[in-house]
Design a binder for this molecule. Structure first.
Ligand code: MN
Length: 244
């Protein structure tokens, strides 16, 4: 059967649509100034301490939603949209009031989760780099009483967060460390501080494996902390180049 003109046109249209589809999808995902980076490791890389399903839902849905909602909030505010995220969060009081809460929640969520994926990694206790080294180790001893005390105090602060929130270790430009917790998606970046690392104590971070046992999640989480990555962030903080 000869290929008639109409079939040919339909075929061409379908081919053109197929060729355009990935670009259209990409354009949509990259619509705002803020984008979601892929996880820097496989979703199952942190098992058994954090299960793959939790990682997928947490990154692909929760974090993506913060990015989408942040982009929507800055859509009609070009001056805000053009600023680095850490500067927006440090100057929330100057952001238009109509979008301030949305930017606080979703900008905080974007910054917190971007940091969170970075400071974890496969490896675990006993593997190379499974303990702090160098200047970071010295600062932990000097400011936080050593790694064991840091874990005890950090887990205690994380357990005491009522409802949803985060527990952080902040770092100053001269390398001084402190433990701080925040509600919701607030972050020390909102006070112009820098975050060395932090743990998410929202239920969505642990519920599938740990249900209501937040202290068990907090204890297990140390097995997936990437001390080499935290060491890089410490070096960046003291060099003045750490952002979020
Ligand atoms: Mn989260």
């Amino acid at each position: 059967m000869p290929l008639d003109r109409r079939t040919l046109m339909r075929g061409s249209a379908a081919l053109a649509a197929a060729a355009l589809a990935p670009r259209a999808a990409f354009a949509q995902a990259a619509a705002g100034p803020f984008t979601l980076a892929p996880l820097p490791y496989a979703a199952n890389a942190l098992e058994p301490h954090i299960d793959a399903k939790t990682m997928e839902i947490h990154h692909d849905r929760h974090h993506q939603a913060y990015v989408n909602n942040l982009n929507a909030a800055v859509k009609d505010h070009g001056q805000v949209a053009a600023m680095p995220l850490q500067d927006i969060l440090a100057k929330l009081g100057e952001v238009p009031e109509s979008v301030r809460t949305a930017i606080r929640n979703n900008g905080g969520g974007h910054a917190n989760h971007t940091m969170f994926w970075q400071v974890m990694g496969p490896g675990g206790a006993g593997s190379p780099g499974s303990a702090p080294a160098g200047a970071l180790a010295e600062a932990i001893t000097r400011d936080l009483g050593g790694l064991d005390k840091l874990k005890t105090d950090f887990n205690g602060a994380g357990t005491r967060v009522f409802g949803s929130g985060w527990v952080f270790v902040t770092v100053t430009r001269d390398g001084k460390l402190a433990i701080e917790s925040k509600p919701n998606q607030d972050t020390p970046l909102m006070e112009g501080k820098r975050v060395l690392f932090g743990n998410d104590v929202w239920e969505h971070a642990y519920y599938l494996t740990y249900q209501n046992r937040r202290p068990d999640y907090l204890a297990a989480w140390w097995n997936v902390v990437s001390w080499p990555k935290v060491g890089e962030r410490y070096a960046a903080a003291t060099a003045g180049t750490l952002t979020i």
